[in-house]
Unconditional design. Structure first.
Length: 131
């Protein structure tokens, strides 16, 4: 099983650290980097080339949808999960190329299951049904 590298781009420190704490012991995560704004996220993506970027929709300087567009143009193999409190970003996020759109606080599926479903071949897990 290949392990993946993840960048968490989230301006809310508690959310960012909570996600990192949740994922750092996952058996399929190798490295986790953090960015607190969109500009820092793009610089980090250029430098570390993560397999997955989890970004807030409403992150300062460069918003999550713009980050997603940049990733899909410049790093098309990188997967993107947009995480937000608001449903109204969903259409724009998916149109920009986000692989998943998750609303914070929903309990339908765990973030680890969402990540696993994005990398079924690499992680050796079955593809989960799409919501």
């Amino acid at each position: 099983m290949k392990k993946i590298n993840v960048l968490i781009a989230e301006n809310q420190r508690n959310t960012r650290h909570g996600l990192k704490a949740l994922l750092q012991f996952s058996p399929f995560i190798d490295r986790i980097w953090e960015a607190e704004d969109g500009e820092e996220a793009i610089k980090m993506i250029e430098h570390v080339n993560p397999d997955l970027v989890i970004t807030a929709a409403n992150i300062p300087i460069i918003e999550g949808v713009c980050i997603t567009r940049w990733i899909k143009k410049n790093r098309p193999g990188t997967k993107v999960i947009i995480l937000t409190l608001y449903h109204y970003y969903e259409d724009e996020a998916l149109a920009a190329g986000a692989n998943r759109f998750l609303v914070k606080g929903t309990e339908s599926i765990s973030i680890e299951e969402e990540i696993s479903s994005l990398f079924p071949d690499e992680l050796g897990v079955p593809n989960l049904p799409q919501a």
